[in-house]
Design a protein around this ligand. Sequence first.
Ligand SMILES: [Zn+2]
Length: 273
Amino acid sequence: MPELPEVETVRLALVPAMEGRWIGAAHVGRPDLRWPLPDNLAARLTGRMVGPLARRGKFLLVSLDGDETMLMHLGMSGSVRIHHQRPAIGKHDHMVLEMQGAASPCWVVFNDPRRFGWIDLFSEDIHPMLADMGPEPLGNEFSAATLTARLAARRGPIKTALLDQRLVAGIGNIYACEALFGAGISPRRRGYTIRRQRADRLAAAIRDVLTRAIEDGGTSLRDHVQPGGEIGYFVQRLSVYGRAGESCRACGTTIRSLVQSGRSSFYCPDCQR
Ligand SMILES: [Zn+2]
């Protein structure tokens, strides 16, 4: 499932393909993904100039002329491909944008087999889905102090709190597990008990795992610039996620998993307290 680093990797790949160009043609294959798509989406996108591409949490924001913004979410299984020749449109290619305005056109394809992704258009200052979102973990607003303040009322486990986009933006199951390992904090620990040194370690670990994953994404982008490469999925250097039954890389103890709020948590019972 794409989290902040994967979405940031998609954004970086789309900048040269979309920014400063215009949408010469648009194909939208169905009226809905997770939720209904805007009426006449293909017609409304055709002919639009594309301005800066931004990211907020796991959402991509594509600014269009006419003070409108296209919001994109990759959901569970969404990915983006960039083609330099007109692609055949596959069953799960729900949106295809032909980008004009550079020496040669290119095609941006949004593919999502499970259809938990979403595309919307909005002209308000902020989309309702983004209104309650917490700080960007790689931005200046995020610190151990803000984390402590936001966790003060959380009686539930820290792992579940980290998945709440109102606490901090962009973190999903993989990087929540990895950050807690990096900070030496048990996924079971109650949120409000994360203070002082633990909060310092957790804020630093969150920034560290996300920064390293964005670097891995950049590496994967250089490795698959050829057409057909799905952007948004790359091999991550994971310490605990998906490694139940294997040895902790730090201490050799067997990695365990448990289910919290319906999601699997992976942790080292020795390194994380
Ligand atoms: Zn360990």
